[in-house]
Design a protein around this ligand. Structure first.
Ligand SMILES: Nc1ncnc2c1ncn2[C@@H]1O[C@H](COP(=O)(O)OP(=O)(O)OP(=O)(O)O)[C@@H](O)[C@H]1O
Ligand SMILES: Cc1cn([C@H]2C[C@H](O)[C@@H](COP(=O)(O)O)O2)c(=O)[nH]c1=O
Length: 210
């Protein structure tokens, strides 16, 4: 595939959405054809699945239902949007991908990470990101930022603090294991510094790849 697939991962409120928008603008100004997507969602079907997944009234969701719904939204996004754009040479910037399922439905939920992986590998035909940025910060700081952003918590934000602590550690473990794909960024810095760190790595990585 000709394009570049870049994902952004991290706990709640790490600044992924804020950074993706800025990276999108920067790369577009540099002449790259760029696309921004987010998970769950990014397609009509995916957006409906997102509503179910994040509905705070649906707190009793079965683990397997949750895993499959995230994977279903992802399958749709990969086939309908991501792969066609990669084939056309776009840089696709994705706000969360499979590693979020590993971190939340695996580490966070204390369930089998390898089962979550197998389902997602099947759902995406094994499409792996070229580069991943982990925006890492203490859970409390991210939660504080999210509280300032929106008063009402969604179904995942409502989970206990220990769940989110395991998610953070999960991301860090995945980044360690996949260290050639991952770049870990300190997300507790001012936004301009976070952006500078990402762009510094991404531009070096792109020129090295050519
Ligand atoms: N470096 C930063 N310092 C302080 N506040 C920030 C920083 N980056 C983002 N924010 C603010 O924190 C809030 C969450 O940011 P953002 O929505 O980008 O995070 P996110 O990682 O996409 O969150 P979520 O995973 O919950 O969707 C926003 O109000 C944003 O303006
Ligand atoms: C892709 C994905 C996401 N999640 C969780 C993480 C967040 O709590 C929400 C998505 O909301 P955001 O504000 O857009 O970050 O869903 C998950 O548990 N598993 C996944 O695969």
């Amino acid at each position: 595939m000709k394009g570049i697939f870049v994902t952004f991962e991290g706990p709640e409120g790490a600044g992924k959405t804020t950074q993706i928008k800025q990276v999108f603008q920067y790369l577009t100004d540099q002449g790259f054809r760029c696309l921004m997507v987010r998970e769950p969602g990014g397609t009509e079907i995916g957006n409906r699945i997102r509503q179910i997944l994040l509905d705070p009234e649906l707190s009793e969701m079965e683990w397997k239902t949750e895993v499959l719904l995230y994977a279903s939204s992802r399958a749709q996004l990969v086939r309908e949007v991501i792969k066609p754009h990669l084939h056309q040479g776009f840089v696709v910037l994705c706000d969360r991908y499979i590693d979020s399922s590993l971190a939340y439905q695996g580490y966070g939920a204390e369930k089998s990470v390898s089962e979550v992986w197998k389902i997602n590998e099947w759902a995406t035909d094994g499409l792996t990101p070229d580069r991943t940025y982990l925006l890492d910060l203490p859970v409390e700081l991210g939660q504080k930022r999210v509280l300032n952003r929106n008063a009402k918590k969604d179904r995942m934000e409502l989970k206990e603090k220990m769940f989110h602590d395991r998610v953070r550690l999960g991301f860090r473990e995945i980044a360690c294991k996949e260290n050639s794909r991952y770049c870990v960024i300190r997300a507790d810095q001012p936004g301009e510094q976070v952006f500078a760190d990402i762009i510094d790595d991404l531009m070096k990585w792109i020129s090295f790849r050519k």
